[in-house]
Write a protein that binds this ligand. Structure first.
Ligand code: PEP
Length: 254
């Protein structure tokens, strides 16, 4: 982690939670988080956002959503717009999570439009990129990630990355218990920063790049020690207060 970029830990709750479970989890996290020199946010399912925004008021924990609609308003049954997320207190939104890409067929074009839709309402998009196991084994990792980044650069421009976060999430490491080694993560993070820096070195050096993929309390510190790893996007471990707090503490130290 570098001294110039403030670490960030984001918890992606996916489709987990209940009003009672959310309260218990957040009560435990808020009570023990303490004063850390990092940004922390949670991304609960849509239906809980407004209630959780109230719970987090007066705390240092920010709120994010897990997805959004590409369109600003209208006849899009089942969708949620960027302005609605802003209205209920979100500051961030995930775009291009691998589960959205693979299970809901969101391609690079859709992800880029979601990124732009988020920024149009002042939300900070967390752009998730990453390769599958087959792509890694075929040595296509950098090509895949370049395409995922370029789709967004083409639509939104490189300057848009000044108000965004990128999360490198190797698909083979998400929810599998397999974690990229710190060296594997660093190599891809350095590639992402290098690729963006060809277009704007200042934007690239200020950009926070998170690692996601089976981050746990016991592996976070070594990942966050890498120079281009600026924190974590955390799934399963974000649902356990002890684990999440350990990960936040590791980000604070590195
Ligand atoms: C995620 O949901 O983005 C994620 C990285 O999940 P996990 O930490 O469970 O691998």
């Amino acid at each position: 982690m570098s001294n110039e970029r403030r670490p960030l830990v984001a918890g992606n709750w996916k489709m987990h939670g209940s009003r009672a479970a959310n309260t218990a989890l957040l009560d435990a996290v808020v009570a023990r988080l303490g004063k850390l020199d990092i940004d922390v946010l949670v991304c609960p399912p849509f239906v809980y956002l407004a209630e959780i925004a109230q719970r987090l008021a007066g705390t240092t924990i920010a709120l994010g959503a897990q997805s959004l609609c590409v369109e600003p308003v209208g006849a899009f049954t089942g969708e949620v717009s960027a302005s609605m997320l802003k209205d209920v207190g979100c500051g961030y939104v995930l775009v291009g999570h691998s589960e959205r890409r693979s299970l809901f067929h969101e391609d690079n074009g859709v992800v880029a439009r979601k990124f732009a839709a988020a920024q149009a309402e002042g939300l900070v998009p967390i752009l998730c990129v990453g390769e599958s196991l087959v792509e890694r084994q075929g040595e296509h990792t950098f090509a895949i990630i370049r395409e995922q980044l370029d789709a967004v650069i083409q639509l939104a421009g490189i300057s848009a990355f000044a108000n965004a976060v990128v999360a490198y999430e190797p698909v083979w490491a998400i929810g599998t218990g397999l974690t990229a080694t710190p060296e594997q993560a660093q190599a891809v993070h350095a590639f992402i920063r290098g690729h963006l820096s060809h277009q704007d070195a200042n934007v690239a050096s200020a950009l926070r790049i998170l690692y996601g993929g089976s981050v746990k309390g016991n592996n976070a510190a070594e990942l966050f020690a890498m120079p281009d790893v600026d924190g974590g996007l955390v799934g399963g471990a974000a649902l356990k207060a002890d684990e999440f707090l350990q990960i936040c503490a590791a980000a604070n130290r590195s």
